[in-house]
Design a protein around this ligand. Structure first.
Ligand code: ZN
Ligand code: ZN
Ligand code: ZN
Length: 328
């Protein structure tokens, strides 16, 4: 049943990419198939139904009109629609297969070729009895199994969208056009000038102990502001930075020491001094801010740090690690 919803969402997403003329054409041609015996598993009939239901609210397709006219890429054919529907449904199928595998120990689908991914996953999930031969005959609509009248249900789902779009036209469209872009994890965005950080944080009070820390530190993953080494925020013999690294990064923490401009990494029971991402005009660090020269963000170094964090390679980089005895 969830697949039915996913499929209907895919139809709706696809229909926003059509030009108004195409939308009209697919709506009309599909309507003719609505009375056929297999209408509930015909993408044409369902697509037509989705378009006519969503068109009940003029704003649904209107918001996007300008963008689509610019992005129009040729004419949609039944093949290209089927391909797009499969692409839109694939993330759902992949997730479902993984869940099925981990929850029930079901075998994960064997290695497959890209063009066979859809049928392999559909078979694995029991949506298809067997992979169609040849595999490019797979139809995303044939995986649908309706327990109730398909068109009634789709009408209800579409009404949810049109109901929302009457209040928030833009938002309802972003819900429809599901193009999930998964951005890689990022560290905090840092200002160019170190003075901005220093001025903001060096007198800031910790939210836990309400005091201005003697050694303030900033978690570069989540932005938490903590008392490095402070007895004030020690809990059961563990200082705040170490505690925070356990909660924030499963014992991996990256902290900017505000009064020193350097970064430390905590990994479990060990820590290391990573160095600074802020350099003076000559490209040199100013540890502990002794020289007091203006410092500027070195984007390149910061990217390196971020890359090591994302790829879990802190352990392998050549740094001097030492025990922190929970005292950071
Ligand atoms: Zn954090
Ligand atoms: Zn604190
Ligand atoms: Zn404190």
């Amino acid at each position: 049943m969830l697949y039915n919803l996913q499929f209907t969402q895919a139809l709706a997403a696809l229909s926003t990419k059509f030009s108004p003329e195409e939308r009209q054409a697919w709506s009309t041609s599909g309507a003719l198939k609505k009375n056929a015996a297999n209408a509930e598993t015909s993408f044409e009939a369902l697509l037509s139904h989705v378009i006519s239901e969503l068109s009940k609210d003029k704003s649904v397709y209107k918001v996007n009109a300008e963008e689509t006219s610019m992005l129009m890429s040729g004419v949609w054919s039944p093949q290209s629609i089927e391909f797009s529907l499969q692409q839109l449904c694939l993330p759902f199928l992949r997730l479902s297969c993984l869940l099925q595998h981990h929850l029930y120990g079901a075998p994960s689908p064997a290695a497959w070729y890209e063009e066979e991914e859809f049928p392999s996953l559909a078979v694995c999930l029991g949506l298809l009895a067997s992979a169609p031969q040849p595999s490019n005959n797979a139809h995303s609509a044939s995986c649908l199994q309706w327990a109730v009248d398909a068109f009634d249900l789709v009408t209800q789902w579409c009404a949810e969208v049109t109901g929302l779009s009457q209040m928030q036209a833009e938002q309802s469209l972003t819900l429809l056009v599901q193009e999930p872009e998964w951005a890689a994890p990022r560290l905090l965005q840092l200002p160019d000038n170190y003075n901005v950080i220093f001025q903001y944080y060096h007198r800031k009070a910790c939210t836990a102990c309400k005091k201005v820390p003697k050694d303030p530190a900033l978690c570069l993953v989540c932005g938490a502001f903590v008392c490095l080494k402070g007895v004030c925020c020690k809990q059961q013999g563990i200082c705040e930075c170490v505690l925070h690294s356990q909660h924030c990064g499963a014992a991996t923490g990256i902290f900017l020491l505000i009064n020193a401009s350097v970064i430390i990494i905590i990994r479990g029971h060990r820590f290391c001094l990573w160095g600074s991402v802020y350099l003076d005009a000559h490209g040199e660090e100013d540890r502990d801010l002794r020289r007091g020269k203006p410092l500027f963000l070195c984007e390149e170094r910061y990217r390196v740090l971020e890359q090591q964090w994302v790829s879990h390679t802190f352990d392998h980089i050549n740094k001097r690690w030492g025990p922190h005895y929970n005292g950071l």
